[in-house]
Design a protein around this ligand. Structure first.
Ligand code: C2E
Ligand code: CA
Ligand code: CA
Length: 646
């Protein structure tokens, strides 16, 4: 068994080889202090040599000091400026061990030299030797403080020699001095040990604090759900990369924004924990596509983003986007349920389509928005057309904010007819805007802008008031179909305003259908359900507009008390030439029938299309083949003529 004191002594003399941070701190401290120590040592040495110059032999007062000076200068040079260039840990260990050994040798040489001068000269000269040794060792202890073994051994060598030597002289002054030095040394060693312990503890605390702050930084930059980098990390990398890139010569940098299609519905239907586990699974499938040049992040909600540096060609980006989409194609198993989710990606590139990082992200986001509208489930590059659209959107927004809506907006009405009987069953009210600065702006342009900016809230009620006013002139059972946006049904406050206007208009509510698009429904299923119920209570019908373009599932539709489906125009165009469109329309018509919904086919333009639709069992149709949207006055003429024909 090892005795405890021995282990303790070994510890005192050890270099802390496993503790890199402590080694580095020791090395840095020594690099700053050792040159100073040698300098003081040399000056003191030459001072002692000078007082003994004519009384001691030259080899002691000149020869030895010159050799000692050479050795010291070499050591000073060795350590000079090293505080800024800390070597690897193993080299530090070697250097510290060497310094430990050298401490004994150097202390021994200087002690032996000074004691060898003692026999020469008078009392003053002898006192100088004693003073030299005692004061110089104090400097050494201080300068070697951060390397405990060196400080200890140097102190022991010098002071044991000092005490033994001076105590044995028998001269009372020197015996007293030896006693003094003994006590001072003991006190100094205690202070040294305390100081060294504090020093190691401080370094350990620093290391711990660094680890903690690294962990915090890691947490602050990571999305906890998917383990991917988060929004903050993404934007700080994006900013750093764009700041560093030179717009003239920079290789292409790209930002992609990926948004899940139909995520909200899954969240609403299966609950938030299912939504979370779906997001985690999506993150897991996308993660392998990250690389040195592709940073993948989750920005929040169901929005992911990627940052590609050093893009070779745009086709590489398209490949990456396609890969991401195909990764998400297979169904997900979420808490025991199988769900399918699509995604749309918007991509923009720097420096060709954006000037800075904010614009780069904005453009990618705009491309995503356009992609979602035009071709959900695919990827879309920010293009010159988008740039024009963005500009146009901005001027539309500007004009809309300034517009006198009562003056500039009006409604037109497109008949919906029963193609078997030729009767007009309803008119769909469609908004028209004549801006004094922009001229006629189609609703396909200003409605999305109004929706995105929230201005739609100011449009709906004046338009509804107009439409109700006009519809009063139509004979029963001709109905009014009125379009509502996501914003209109997005809060009960808006819904109640609409309900109140209908209730106080005098027009029978059971002759009104509100049209809500599939995309609006998917935004917040629960809220839309409450809105639909409220309209239902009043007696109004609710139609699902643009059906077939979104991602609603049958069960979701069933949960809503809808009354009609409006099959999107895209399935109707050239339907007689497209067997796939035929199949879709046929099954949608069947679906409406099974679910007890009415069904309206939009956008019928040709006799061929109508013929095909009739054979598929469609009854209520709407389109340019019958009539373009009509003015308020024209609707009455239309009804009159229709009645004649009927
Ligand atoms: P929507 O609700 O799907 O309206 C049908 C659109 O198709 C109308 O375009 C109509 O003029 C057009 N259309 C009708 N028959 C045909 C056809 O045979 N061929 C073709 N190519 N198009 C046909 P419009 O009036 O430009 O309206 C565009 C969209 O703007 C509407 O699509 C609707 O989403 C929105 N919108 C229009 N008025 C309002 C409104 O008062 N409020 C809200 N929230 N949205 C509106
Ligand atoms: Ca509509
Ligand atoms: Ca429609």
């Amino acid at each position: 068994m090892k005795s405890r004191p021995l282990t303790h002594i070994r510890q005192l003399l050890e270099v802390p080889a496993g503790n890199t941070k402590l080694l580095e701190a020791q090395y840095r401290a020594l690099a700053r202090q050792l040159p100073l120590m040698y300098l003081v040592l040399l000056i003191n040495t030459w001072a002692l040599a000078a007082t003994h110059l004519y009384i001691a032999p030259a080899w002691l007062t000149l020869g030895a000091p010159i050799v000692m000076t050479l050795v010291s200068v070499l050591r000073m040079v060795r350590w000079w400026g090293q505080a800024n260039v800390v070597p690897p840990a193993d080299e530090i260990v070697t250097a510290l061990k060497r310094t430990n050994s050298l401490a004994i040798v150097v202390a021994g040489i200087f002690t032996a030299w000074s004691l060898s001068l003692f026999p020469y000269g008078g009392a003053y000269d002898k006192a100088h030797v004693a003073f030299y040794m005692s004061i110089t060792v104090i400097v050494c202890i201080f300068c070697l403080m951060h390397l405990r073994p060196a400080a200890l051994t140097a102190t022991l060598v010098v002071n044991v020699a000092f005490i033994v030597f001076f105590a044995s002289t028998g001269i009372p002054t020197f015996v007293a001095t030896a006693l003094n030095i003994f006590l001072v040394s003991v006190a100094m060693l205690i202070v040294l040990d305390n100081q060294y312990r504090d020093f190691t503890r401080l370094i350990d605390m620093q290391v711990h604090a660094e680890e903690l702050s690294e962990q915090n930084l890691e947490l602050a930059n990571r999305d906890s759900l998917t383990g991917l980098p988060n929004r903050r990390h993404f934007f700080s990398r994006l900013n750093a990369i764009i700041d560093a890139a030179d717009a003239d010569s920079a290789p292409l940098v790209a930002v992609g924004v990926l948004d899940l299609d139909g995520f909200k519905g899954i969240n609403d239907l299966y609950g938030h924990s299912a939504g979370d586990s779906l997001l985690a699974a999506v993150g897991g499938r996308l993660k392998p596509l990250a690389s040195d040049t592709v940073l993948l992040a989750r920005l929040g909600g169901d929005e992911f983003a990627f940052l590609v540096t050093k893009v070779g060609a745009k086709s590489d980006l398209a490949d990456l986007a396609r890969q991401m989409l195909s990764e998400l194609q297979a169904a997900f198993n979420v808490l025991g349920t199988t769900v399918q989710v699509g995604a749309t990606i918007g991509i923009a590139t720097f420096p060709d389509t954006a000037f800075n990082s904010a614009e780069l992200y904005e453009h990618a986001d705009y491309a995503l928005y356009q992609g979602k509208r035009q071709q959900p489930g695919s990827y879309c590059f920010f293009s010159d057309v988008h740039r024009e659209q963005l500009k146009r959107d901005a001027s539309i927004e500007h004009a809309l904010r300034k517009a006198d809506l009562g003056e500039e907006l009006h409604m037109v009405y497109q008949p919906i007819v029963n193609c078997d009987s030729g009767e007009t069953v309803a008119f769909e009210a469609l908004a028209r805007w004549r801006s004094p600065t922009l001229g006629d702006v189609p609703p396909g342009q200003f409605i999305p802008v109004a929706e995105r900016t929230g201005l739609i809230g100011r449009l709906t009620l004046p338009l509804l008031a107009q439409a109700l006013d006009v519809a009063q002139n139509w004979p029963a059972p001709v109905r009014l179909s009125f379009n509502l946006s996501a914003h209109d049904v997005g809060s009960m406050e808006h819904v109640m305003r609409i309900v109140n206007m209908v209730a106080s208009s005098g027009f029978p509510p059971d002759r009104i259908d509100f049209e809500i698009t599939e995309t609006a429904i998917m935004l917040d299923l629960d809220q839309v359900q409450r809105a639909v119920q409220e309209f239902g209570k009043l007696g109004c019908g609710v139609s699902l507009d643009d059906f077939g373009t979104g991602y609603s599932s049958l069960s979701q539709l069933h949960a809503l008390a809808l009354t009609k489906l409006k099959v999107d125009r895209s399935f109707v165009t050239d339907i007689h030439l497209k067997p796939s469109s035929c199949k879709i329309v046929k099954s949608l018509v069947k679906l409406a029938e099974d679910m007890d919904f009415g069904c309206i086919i939009e956008g019928v333009e040709t006799q061929e299309e109508l013929h095909m639709l009739k054979t598929l069992g469609c009854q209520h149709v709407q389109g340019y083949l019958f009539s373009r949207p009509l003015s308020a006055e024209q609707t009455e003429a239309w009804i009159a003529r229709n009645a004649d024909v009927g």
